[in-house]
Design a binder for this molecule. Structure first.
Ligand code: HEM
Length: 88
């Protein structure tokens, strides 16, 4: 599902259809809410993505575009953790 999501935000042609739809067609808040993923955990997954793109010799510009697409959904992915932290 994450691969299809990445294909979708990269312009296709493969499309992503959420199992737990968020506010937008590629919204990730509902898929991750109960997992309570912390910003630090998110950053480590993003760092691993960066290392993988380097391993695959993805050029600088495309690498930056993929990482930016992930970063744009950080608040959605970590929403469960942030809400729980607020509730204390
Ligand atoms: C921007 C970064 C991320 C993207 C694009 C992403 C993408 C996705 C997608 C597309 C799904 C399936 C959603 C659906 O079926 O509707 C999913 C599920 C999941 N993601 Fe992520 N994810 C991200 C970050 C993370 C992180 C940081 C973790 C854990 C540290 C994580 C763990 C999971 C797990 C465990 C599921 C399965 C949930 C279930 O089956 O109920 N994801 N993710």
């Amino acid at each position: 599902m994450r691969t299809l999501w990445a294909c979708n935000v990269s312009g296709g042609p493969f499309q992503f259809t959420a199992t737990k739809p968020g506010k937008t067609p590629v919204g990730l808040e509902e898929a991750h809410r109960d997992l309570r993923i912390s910003p630090a955990e998110f950053d480590e997954v993003a760092a691993e993505l960066g290392r993988t793109l380097d391993f695959a010799k993805v050029p600088k510009r495309e690498k930056a575009e993929v990482l930016a697409a992930f970063a744009a959904h950080k608040d959605e992915v970590t929403t469960g953790y942030v809400a729980a932290a607020r509730r204390g």
